[in-house]
Design a protein around this ligand. Structure first.
Ligand code: URA
Ligand code: SF4
Length: 209
């Protein structure tokens, strides 16, 4: 199945998903959005009020800041994939519970496999913990890590910088490093393609920078 179709299918599944209790606070599921061949994937925590209304990720204040950060490195939000670790809004924006993260995990895994991004930027603790379970965000933010052959760059959540203005310069500085980290990220080798060289794609071109 093509990546676009997989993403579309995930969007359909999350819209009616009953795998965890967040189904009850869902108005619209927020599966995430962006090109199926995006080179960078940003993964946040979960939908807030406006995201739940619109079914789109990062459309509130944190989203505005994220867009500014992207513009600062020459990117538009349409060029990157933006998603979350949980696809339905936790009531009153509370933190997602371990069982909710576990229940929703497979959707994100399928999105990552389909998009196969060069770099995944995690925004906030819950997204970081999926790849770097023992890391402390204050120690690791803005650095790149290889996790299962993929480049992971943990960052503070943009909302954290809005609540705590002293974090803002650090978040901006971390973002400025992204183009270089992306340029140096090794292309991810798809294990399926590796076994069938006749359908092997050309290595992804670095089209963004
Ligand atoms: N914060 C998140 O983590 N995700 C969103 O989609 C919006 C705000
Ligand atoms: Fe399903 Fe994820 Fe929504 Fe829970 S948060 S109901 S697992 S889509």
């Amino acid at each position: 199945m093509k990546a676009e179709e997989i993403l579309r299918q995930i969007a359909e599944e999350t819209a009616v998903c009953t795998k965890c209790a967040l189904q009850h606070s869902r108005k619209k599921a927020v599966p995430g959005e962006g090109p199926a061949n995006a080179e960078i994937m940003f993964i946040g925590e979960g939908p807030g009020f406006y995201e739940n209304e619109q079914g789109r990720p990062f459309v509130g204040q944190a989203g505005k800041f994220l867009e500014e950060l992207l513009v600062g490195i020459g990117l538009k939000r349409e060029q990157v994939f933006i998603g979350n670790v949980v696809k339905c809004r936790p009531p009153s924006n509370r933190d997602p519970l371990p069982e909710e993260l576990a229940a929703c995990s497979d959707y994100l895994e399928r999105q990552i496999q389909a998009i196969n991004p060069r770099v995944i930027v995690t925004l906030g603790r819950y997204s970081m913990a999926r790849f770097l379970p023992n890391a402390k965000i204050s120690d690791v933010h803005g650095q790149s890590y290889q996790v299962k052959g993929r480049t992971i760059v943990p960052m503070f959540h943009p909302a954290a910088a809005l609540h705590q203005p002293s974090l803002r310069p650090m978040v901006e500085k971390d973002f400025k490093r992204l183009p270089e980290l992306i340029a140096h990220a090794a292309p991810v080798v798809d294990p399926v393609e590796e076994k069938t060289p006749e359908v092997k794609k050309e290595p992804k071109q670095l089209s963004l920078f």
